[in-house]
Design a protein. Structure first.
Length: 242
């Protein structure tokens, strides 16, 4: 006879006995809402099961442990008294977040309260995805045990500092511009204003147009060992009314 919603423990026991390989079930009742949080962190699902954990107080769960480090969780399906949710649990100890990058979540499924039929569905639809995901994560852990940190920026011999002024122009005093950078500035729209003693990129280009030109300048000057910084000028002091 199909198990009722309140018989999650017995449902999980029969489900475990019907899965391929050696599976065991452990039932746990939650004394407080926070008891479900650790399991929520482990659920390897982006659908029904993840939604249930985030939106409902579950009250209890069952965890199934199987061959090759496989683990499943079984919970009531909220709002459906004759159904359960079964989902894989992600491997924890020995793995790092970057090992999961690029690996699709195997996700869980909803099943009816007949554990024999549920076992067939889990065997066909969940376990194959779960095994592939586990294999991918383990492969990543072997080939890249440490996080692929970005390298530090290369050292530069000179630095050109550009300033965005209050009138919208972007520029720098002529005296601070390395000789090797002057032609690059001219080519990308900077204009020399002798009465201001500065190279200026006019505000008429708009911020998007200026950004494209500044990016091109930075890429070209980087090839010559010249770094580029961008700063904003301090606001002009406000004048009080007298």
């Amino acid at each position: 006879m199909p198990a009722s919603r309140t018989d999650l423990a017995s449902f999980a026991d029969v489900l475990a006995s019907r899965l391929p390989g050696d599976w065991h079930s452990t039932y746990r009742r939650h004394d407080a809402y926070s008891d479900q949080f650790p399991l929520d962190d482990e659920v390897w699902d982006s659908g029904h099961v993840s939604w249930a954990f985030s939106e409902f107080v579950l009250g209890h769960d069952a965890q199934l442990t199987g061959p090759d480090g496989q683990r499943l969780c079984v919970i009531d399906r909220p709002l459906h008294r004759d159904q359960f949710l079964v989902a894989p649990l992600a491997p924890g100890e020995g793995f790092k977040p970057h090992n999961f990058a690029g690996v699709d979540e195997p996700n869980g499924i909803k099943v009816g309260n007949d554990p024999v039929r549920a076992a067939v569905a889990v065997s066909r639809r969940v376990l194959p995805r779960y095994e592939r995901a586990l294999a991918a994560v383990r492969h990543n852990a072997q080939t890249q045990p440490e996080s692929p940190l970005r390298p530090a920026p290369p050292e530069v011999d000179q630095v050109l500092t550009l300033t965005r002024y209050a009138d919208g122009a972007v520029g720098t005093p002529y005296a601070t511009v390395p000789a090797e950078a002057r032609t690059t500035l001219f080519v990308h729209g900077f204009q020399y204003h002798p009465h201001q003693g500065a190279f200026l990129l006019p505000a008429a280009y708009g911020k998007a147009g200026q950004a494209l030109r500044i990016q091109a300048v930075a890429e070209q000057l980087a090839a010559h060992g010249i770094g580029v910084n961008l700063r904003h000028s301090p606001p002009l002091p406000s004048r009080g009314l007298y």
